[in-house]
Design a protein around this ligand. Structure first.
Ligand SMILES: Nc1ncnc2c1ncn2[C@@H]1O[C@H](COP(=O)(O)OP(=O)(O)O)[C@@H](O)[C@H]1O
Ligand SMILES: Nc1ccn([C@H]2C[C@H](O)[C@@H](COP(=O)(O)OP(=O)(O)O)O2)c(=O)n1
Length: 227
């Protein structure tokens, strides 16, 4: 396997993208980029600056303003906005509720697309591969990725995982929230959530996290031969 492989990991909320990507990156000595955290960080900035997140023109007008920095060590990924560590506040219910409308704004997507491509290019220039996870990585951000994965799981399993992770809330409410976000993410006109051409589809419902990581590592080693 080449050390400069790009692994594109897409799929809906709770399918296991973040935990699987981090585990695979650690195992294979690759960098790790959570693009959802970037969409969450820009959303948090909009909320903190009283931008009406349901007004696409208002969001677009500020899309270039926040300074976003993503740390790509899979053992300790970081995200800052205007120099502030926002790793915790970007997971709040308020941001979770607001992120899909912000992520539909083309100016936001263009801004983050440039940032994501520059982070991937930096990793490759440094001779390091990277696992990048999100909704449009294999379809839009890096269609030439040597390895493309599309993770899914049953909605009930995804909601149960998220509820356990949050440590509170009802699984039914969590499932309704993630189905609502899936619908927005899948129906938007710019970079919708799709199964990218050439992606390996992995349904993680029956597998524990370690088993999914083992399977993905095997797929990366198989698919990236010669890249
Ligand atoms: N295969 C799996 N089996 C059980 N739990 C899992 C599995 N994959 C991930 N999880 C857990 O489910 C939750 C959501 O996973 P995460 O990686 O954040 O998903 P995503 O990034 O797709 O939203 C986390 O608490 C994670 O530890
Ligand atoms: N490449 C990406 C990544 C995330 N998004 C959007 C869609 C998601 O609802 C939000 C948040 O993504 P995130 O991966 O943090 O969401 P979950 O961990 O699945 O709850 O961002 C996107 O549109 N494109």
């Amino acid at each position: 396997m080449s050390s400069s492989v790009v692994v594109a990991m897409d799929g809906p909320s709770g399918s296991g993208k973040s935990s699987t990507s981090r585990g695979v990156a650690r195992r294979l000595g690759l960098r790790y980029l959570d693009t959802g955290a970037q969409f969450r960080a820009i959303t948090l900035w909009m909320l903190r600056h009283d931008v009406d997140i349901h007004d696409p023109a208002a969001v677009a007008a500020q899309a270039e303003t926040p300074v976003l920095v993503s740390g790509t060590d899979p053992a300790a990924p970081t995200i800052t906005v205007d120099g502030d560590d926002v790793a915790d506040p970007i997971r709040s219910a308020e941001v979770t509720a607001a992120v899909s409308p912000v992520a539909t704004v083309p100016a936001v997507r263009t801004r983050l697309l440039e940032l994501q491509r520059s982070i991937i290019a930096d990793a490759l220039a440094a001779g390091t591969g990277i696992v990048v996870e999100g909704r449009d990585i294999g379809s839009v951000v890096w269609p030439d990725a040597a390895v493309k994965l599309y993770l899914t799981a049953d909605a009930a399993a995804r909601a149960a995982r998220r509820t356990a992770e949050n440590g509170s809330g009802s699984a039914a409410a969590t499932e309704a929230d993630l189905l609502r976000r899936d619908a927005i993410d899948s129906s938007r006109t710019t970079a919708p959530l799709v199964v990218p051409d050439g992606a390996v589809h992995l349904d993680t419902t029956p597998y524990g996290l370690d088993e999914v990581i083992d399977r993905v590592v095997a797929i990366v080693e198989r698919e990236s031969v010669g890249s």
